[in-house]
Design a protein around this ligand. Structure first.
Ligand code: PLP
Length: 387
């Protein structure tokens, strides 16, 4: 069997295609199923990209990123993320998705085990499987506010464990791993000499007191931490496909360089010039976006009040609302009926297999505030009439 035959096309992708078709057929669809920030990119980024085009910066570039961007990223990682990183430890990738593909190919062999949260955004898990690893899910429990806990991770360790994967703020729950718990996970990785892959795609999507800590900053001398970042969420640059990873391990960087050369051989140069300028954006830009996310989250929570079918977890980061579906209600049927009513959603089995995962449903509040204002009313009506 070809290894790609074990990978799904992604249930959310299938759902999105269906909703897009309904939209094309003229039906009103509220796009609560997918996590794409509604904001336009910051004007300075557009200017920088236009300037790069006008100056003909459109030729081959180093396969791990233009030096100007890697230098600026090293500075950002030192100052903001408190990581012990130099520009030579950074590779620019075609989004964080591509970073996950590359890094797993560099660190796992067939049969190795990778410990992952369940629920989890599927692509993070499938990229590990694509590299031949077996993924071992750790249930994120509602009674612990969906926090990924070191003691639950420890219980899943076997002689085949090679990697602990973490994601905070998390997709799909929005949960943030507290610093003390991160320290315990970091210590566990060091004790067993595991790789630690830290997906920090939502590092800037924080509100209502949410704070982000990069796990690598807690173990600055450990070189088996791979920190992954995305411009899609921080700068609403999802279509421009810009991500990066940072790791101090020499063998890892040697392998990653080879794979970058053999796959993409450098990311779109114009996006990279935009990315340099994005790093100089004022903090007020995140503040403005996060203010809007908070408003959207609260509109959703308001729409879900006074009903008992969906029990939402209140997130302080990322832009998802993860809801437990009342026991006894069939989630697949609920999800389908909601989609038929034009309300986009992603049922729990898109994200894992654990009992509480599959008895849940995710909404994204990254679409425009207008869409949320419009769409939460039909959602409220749908829930009050649902039998
Ligand atoms: C946790 C997580 N990591 C990475 C990504 C991918 O980001 P990118 O658009 O940079 O590939 C996503 C996208 O939804 C995500 O949720």
């Amino acid at each position: 069997m070809n290894r790609l035959d074990q990978i799904s096309l992604g249930k959310i992708v299938v759902i999105r295609e269906k909703l897009l078709k309904a939209q094309r057929d003229g039906k009103k669809i509220y796009r609560f199923e997918s996590g794409d920030p509604s904001f336009a990119i910051y004007p300075d980024i557009k200017v920088a990209m236009n300037k790069a085009l006008n100056e003909d910066k459109t030729h081959y570039i180093p396969n791990n990123g233009i030096p100007e961007l890697r230098d600026a990223l090293a500075n950002k990682l030192k100052l903001q993320n408190k990581l012990n990183i130099d520009s030579k430890h950074i590779s620019v990738t075609n989004g964080a998705m591509h970073a996950l593909y590359v890094l797993y190919q560099c660190i796992v062999e067939s049969g190795d085990e990778v410990i992952v949260p369940d629920p989890m955004w599927t692509e993070a898990v499938e990229n590990a499987r694509l590299a031949g690893a077996k993924t071992i899910g750790v249930e994120l429990k509602p009674e612990y506010n969906y926090v990924y806990r070191a003691e639950d991770i420890e219980a899943k360790i076997t002689s085949k464990t090679k990697v602990i994967f973490i994601n905070s703020p998390q997709n799909p729950t929005g949960a943030i791993i507290p610093k003390a718990e991160l320290q315990k996970i970091a210590d566990l990785a060091v004790k067993h000499n595991f790789w630690l892959v830290s997906d920090e795609a939502y590092e800037h999507v924080l509100f209502d007191g949410g704070e982000h800590t990069s796990i690598g900053s807690l173990i600055p001398d450990y070189d088996k931490v791979i920190s992954v970042y995305s411009y899609s969420k921080s700068y609403a640059m999802s279509g421009l496909r810009l991500g990066y990873f940072a790791c101090r391990n020499e063998l890892f960087n040697d392998r990653a360089g080879k794979l970058l050369r053999c796959t993409v051989n450098g990311i779109n140069s114009v996006s990279q010039w935009g990315a340099v300028t994005a790093l100089a954006n004022p903090d007020s830009w995140y503040t403005e976006m996060n203010k809007e996310y908070l408003k959207r989250r609260n509109l959703f929570l308001e729409a879900l009040s006074g009903q008992d079918i969906l029990i939402p977890y209140i997130p302080h980061g990322a832009f998802y609302l993860w809801c437990r579906v009342k026991d006894g209600i069939d989630v697949a049927a609920l999800s389908e009926a909601m989609a038929q009513a034009g309300i986009g959603n992603a049922p729990g089995d898109c994200f894992g297999e654990c009992a509480s995962t599959v008895q849940s449903i995710r909404f994204a509040f990254s679409c425009s505030t207008e869409m949320i204002l419009e769409g939460t009313e039909p959602l409220r009506k749908f829930l009050s009439n649902y039998k």
